[in-house]
Design a protein around this ligand. Structure first.
Ligand code: NAD
Length: 498
């Protein structure tokens, strides 16, 4: 089959690219090239930003109520096309269909939150702050904003950014991952179908060259980024140097702490879903189980071994599959490299995903791997693997487990499993991490809270979505107003209101 030629999305329609550069997009379940995506050059970037810049003022002028109605219709269309969108996601990413539908749902919940924008954007008002003087603060859109997203959530992460940005009255240039760009293009198309004006929701396909051009362009007012930590750091520093506001979410190494009183049935099931769901390609995946006490570990490990060996790995379209392939051959090979490194550095490889029968199939498959007796010095502990590999670290006490979590450079998500309210509270209060689960392995905040890690997992002081999304995509203006009957004499002292 000839690979489909993808485009950008600008002026309310699919827009042919000027660039001569392109990249292949694969179907990870067969390993075949499914599409070719353009990698924007300077002309493409200029065209898309110019369109967005021209469209932004009129969109900002529309009432918040009006913008909310467009988003409401957009949500309805996304729901009507949910099967198609889920197929696009799993067709290029490789996650199983039900998981793709789940991420779409979580993304649409952000749209649902954003539909409340007339209320969310309400300002503050104080009448009579002094004689005849009123003071009020209002939130106004920024203009054109950039959204730069990773491969692992082709619908949810774009919607985290695009929904609040549009609701607040901005025009958006979305630069999706070049590894799975089709869902973003379809979302932009559905927004146009919902009545979204031309130039307001644009998709610019590309790689680092497009990102760097967005970071430097003076018409881009804000940059929202999600991806790996080195790129997040680069985006944060470069965009800030160009005077932009920026939020940049990075990588993770999420720990699940098992205290000796935890319900091990719950722990096993939670670890399986959280470590191997979406082939471990989630920024909130659990990649480390910190088990307190050898007795606990000795009871847990054999059960995990059985479950990891029995993982059902197969085509994402097969409802029986628990895990699909990895996104690309290069990424699968990188994960294999980490497994080799773990063995070399002395960790006990109890289940070797490289030996799984699914690996023989066409496509970028890898089985689940389980390491025991991992230590804090090992590469597989320190670095983000972003694949179906779970590391067990044994510690003697709950205090040692907490210290281990806190010493890690990443601080995205963390979970504690226990039957003790006191122990859970102590852990929750002291852990240095942005999102915490108590007997919940993947504590992703709902749309009306906000999502963000600490330490090297996020740069910038605004989280994604929730009220932080509204704050990030608007700026405050504070007005002091009076209507005097005549002229006052000039005053040369700092005004003190009475
Ligand atoms: P990535 O950093 O390779 O790519 C992210 C985006 O940056 C893509 O759009 C890509 O085109 C662009 N990009 C890549 N290299 C660049 C460069 N040198 N300069 C400028 N732009 C560049 O990330 P990925 O592999 O697509 O996604 C996986 C990563 O994202 C993991 O590290 C994961 O933890 C992280 N992630 C974090 C969160 C979070 O909220 N913290 C959520 C999802 C994914």
């Amino acid at each position: 089959m000839t690979p489909q030629r993808l485009t950008h999305f600008a002026r309310g329609a699919r827009a042919a690219a000027h660039t001569a550069r392109s990249a292949p997009v694969f179907d990870p379940s067969t390993g075949e090239q499914a599409a070719t995506v353009p990698l924007a050059d300077a002309t493409d970037v200029e065209t898309v930003i110019a369109d967005a810049h021209a469209a932004a003022p009129a969109w900002a002028e529309r009432s918040a109520l009006d913008r909310a109605r467009v988003l409401f219709k957009f949500r309805e269309l996304c729901l009507a096309h949910a099967d198609e969108l889920s197929a696009l996601i799993s067709g290029e990413h490789g996650k199983v269909r039900a998981d793709a539908r789940g991420e779409l749902q979580r993304g649409l919940e952000v749209v649902e939150f954003a539909v409340g924008i007339p209320h969310l954007m309400k300002g503050e008002f104080s009448d009579g702050v002094a004689s005849g003087i009123d003071m009020y603060a209002l939130r106004q859109p920024l203009g054109v904003v950039a959204a730069i997203t990773p491969f692992n959530f082709p619908a949810m992460v774009p919607l985290w950014m695009v929904a609040p940005a549009l609701a607040c009255g901005n025009a958006v240039v979305l630069k999706p991952s070049e590894r799975d760009p089709s869902c973003a293009l379809r979302l932009a198309e559905l927004f146009a179908e919902a009545g979204g004006p031309s130039g307001v929701f644009n998709v610019l396909n590309g790689d680092a060259e497009a990102v760097d051009a967005l970071l430097a362009d003076p018409r881009i007012q804000a940059v929202s980024f999600v991806g790996s930590t080195p790129v997040a750091q680069h985006v944060y520093e470069t965009a800030a140097r160009h005077g932009k506001r920026v939020q940049a979410m990075g990588g993770a190494k999420n720990h699940l702490v098992v205290l000796p009183d935890a319900d091990l049935d719950q722990v096993v099931e939670s670890l399986m879903g959280a470590a191997y769901g979406s082939a471990g390609e989630r920024c909130m995946a659990i990649s480390v189980a910190v088990v307190v006490g050898d007795e606990t570990a000795n009871a847990l490990v054999p059960r995990l071994v059985d479950r990891v060996r029995a993982l059902r790995i197969g085509n994402p379209t097969d409802p029986a599959s628990e895990m699909g392939p990895l996104v690309t051959a290069a990424h699968r090979d990188r994960v294999r490299g980490f497994i080799e490194r773990g063995v070399h550095e002395g960790a006990a490889l109890l289940v070797d995903g490289r030996a799984h029968e699914a690996v023989a199939a066409r496509g970028f498959f890898l089985g689940g791997s389980l390491f025991d007796r991992v230590t804090a010095e090992m590469t597989i502990y320190r670095e983000e693997i972003f694949g179906p590999v779970l590391c067990i670290v044994r510690v003697a006490t709950a205090a040692a487990a907490l210290a281990l979590c806190n010493a890690h450079r990443f601080g995205n998500g963390v979970a504690v499993f226990t039957r003790s309210g006191g122990a859970a509270r102590e852990f929750t209060q002291r852990v240095q991490c942005g999102m915490v689960g108590v007997n919940v392995p993947i504590p992703v905040p709902l749309a009306f809270y906000s999502f963000g890690g600490w330490k090297d997992s996020a740069f910038g002081d605004h989280n994604q979505h929730g009220m932080d999304g509204v704050r990030f995509f608007t700026r405050l203006k504070t007005v002091t107003s009076r209507w005097p009957a005549g002229a006052d004499a000039a005053s040369f002292i700092m005004p003190v209101l009475r």
